[in-house]
Structure formats: C-alpha cells, structure tokens
Write a protein that binds this ligand. Structure first.
Ligand code: T3D
Length: 264
C-alpha cells in the first residue's frame, strides 16, 4: 500500500523522508508513526543507503503526538493507557533513528513540539531553517517528556538548560536553539533542504560502520565508568577495524590520496 503521510525519496546514497501531514504540522498520527517505522526499517536494511534526511512538509517539522486521537476517548471519560501507545509507536520509532546503521540528519523546517522535538534530537545532526522553532510542549498538557527526551535533552543541552526547556515549554526560535546547542546549524529557509542534503551526502562518503559505532559508543558509555568505556571502545574498535573502509582509510593515508569509502 502506498504511504499516505510520508514521502520517501532516494537521491543516490541518501534517503529523504518527508513527513506529510501538514494540516496538523506533521503531528505523529498512528499512520505517520507506522510509515516512519516502516521507512526506517527499510533504509536500515539497505546497505546502499549511507545517510537519511528527515524533514516535514508545510510549516511544521513535527508537532508531536496527534492530540486529535485522544479527543473521543477523553470526551467519553476514558483514559487509554499512554504507555501502551508509546510502546507500540514512538518507543519503536526512536531507536530506529538512534540505532540506524547510517547517519540521520534532521532538516527542521518549522515548529517541532513534544515528541517532534524528541524525534529531531534522536537524529545525529540537526540543520534548522531560520523559520524553525522548538517547544517541549509536554508540560503544557500535563505530561512528562517522552520518546527519549529524558535521555536526549540533558545530554544535548546539559541538565540546567534541559530542565528549563522541559519545565517551561517556552517556544525557542532557531537562533536561540543554535545558541543552546539544540541544533548544529541554522540556514535560510530557502536553502534548508539543499544544505541538509549536502551534509547527508558528505556523511554518506564517510565510513558508515565506524560512524554508527561512534554514535553507539557515545550512547552506551554515558552511564559507564572510564574503565568500562575503555573496554567497550576496544571491542568496537575491533568491529570497525574489520571493515573494508578502515583498510581503505589507512592505505589512502599511506599512499597520500583521498580515500574512497563504500560503507563495507
Ligand atoms: O499518546 C500520547 O499523547 C502520549 C505521547 C505524547 C507525546 C507528545 O508529543 S505530547 C505533546 C503533543 N504536542 C503538543 O502538545 C503540541 C500541540 N501543538 C501546539 O502547541 C501548537 O500547535 C504548536 C506550538 C506546535 C504550533 O503552534 P501554531 O500557533 O504555530 O499552530 P496552531 O495553529 O496551534 O496549529 C496549526 C494546526 O495544527 C491546528 O489545526 P487547525 O486549527 O488549523 O485545524 C492545530 O490544531 C494542529 N495541531 C498542532 N499540533 C497538533 C495539531 N493537531 C493534532 N495534534 C497536535 N499535536
């Protein structure tokens, strides 16, 4: 069945995923969540995909959970389990981003709220349009940050800034987001996709396995001692060293030429 709320395109080694539920600022409806999961599973299984770019259609990047899905049960006085909803949806989606075998770049075109911020934070790098903005949003509706935000926000912003962002749910514009370290770079709106794709193409030329292992080490070692970190690094180094790209990198250096990485 053709995707309804996600447009997936392939440009050479880069897969471009456009969330396409613009009337709701790309809120994560059950359909969009499922389609994102399927598209990321597909990209993850394809070794020729060397980078992924995630963006939104219209004026939103992603407004988080589709609150419309809660309207009917809440008006009927029912309180469906949100943890069950999370387990089936976002808790499957986020690890597909943070654990993708290739780098994932968020091209944040507009507002990101709630789980939409979590989704952007789960990506390896964030390029924001000057029109982008960010709000935790959870506290405004009496919820706690979810979809990995409690892990990602303090690590990316530091505890004090993360708490301010999460507790107050103020709307932070693109330049303030850059100053906070929430995004890696800000570009004019009309250049966003061009810049994000150029960054993705650059990443796609790098040794993909080593990049994914680097990200995994950063995530795993955050809660480990230095000694445990040294051991994890050594084990991962054996995995990286077994790749063709490692061999190519060393030989290229010794032969004083540019390396040609293939992701193998
Ligand atoms: O199951 C669970 O819910 C648990 C999981 C929770 C994870 C979460 O993500 S909780 C947080 C959910 N998200 C929010 O609370 C954000 C809600 N939206 C907003 O606060 C604002 O819309 C924004 C700050 C994102 C943008 O504001 P603004 O003024 O630029 O746009 P707007 O006019 O509010 O929104 C435009 C339309 O999008 C509007 O529809 P309409 O009136 O034109 O028909 C609005 O209702 C719709 N929309 C925006 N966000 C959502 C949404 N529709 C459904 N769900 C949304 N999250």
């Amino acid at each position: 069945m053709a995707p309804e709320q996600l447009i997936a395109e392939r440009e050479g080694p880069v897969t471009l995923l456009r969330m396409n539920n613009p009337d709701k600022l790309n809120a994560l409806s059950p359909v969009l969540t499922r389609e994102l999961i399927e598209a990321l599973e597909e990209a993850g299984a394809d070794r020729t995909v060397r980078a992924v770019v995630l963006t939104g259609e219209g004026r939103g990047f992603c407004a988080g959970a589709d609150l419309g899905t809660l309207e009917q049960p809440y008006r009927r006085g029912e309180r469906p389990s949100l943890s069950a909803f999370l387990s089936e949806g976002y808790n499957r989606l986020i690890p597909l981003v943070t654990g993708a075998p290739q780098p994932v770049v968020a091209a944040v075109n507009g507002v990101a709220a709630g789980a939409g911020v979590s989704l952007a934070l789960a990506c390896d790098l964030r390029v924001a349009s000057e029109d982008a903005s960010f709000t935790a949003a959870f506290s405004r509706i009496g919820l706690v940050p979810d979809s990995g935000a409690c892990y990602l926000l303090p690590r990316i912003l530091g505890r004090a800034r993360a708490l301010e962002f999460a507790l107050l749910s103020e709307r932070v514009d693109a330049h303030a987001a850059l100053a906070m370290g929430l995004v890696n770079r800000v570009v004019p709106a009309d250049r966003l996709l061009q810049e994000a794709m150029a960054l993705a193409r650059r990443l796609a030329e790098l040794p993909t396995v080593a990049l994914a292992l680097t990200r995994r080490l950063f995530d795993e070692t955050a809660i480990l001692s230095l000694q445990e970190t040294l051991e994890r690094e050594a084990r991962a180094q054996d995995e990286a060293a077994a790749t063709r790209d490692h061999l190519e990198g060393v030989l290229a250096f010794l032969e004083k030429r540019a390396p040609s990485f293939t992701g193998e």
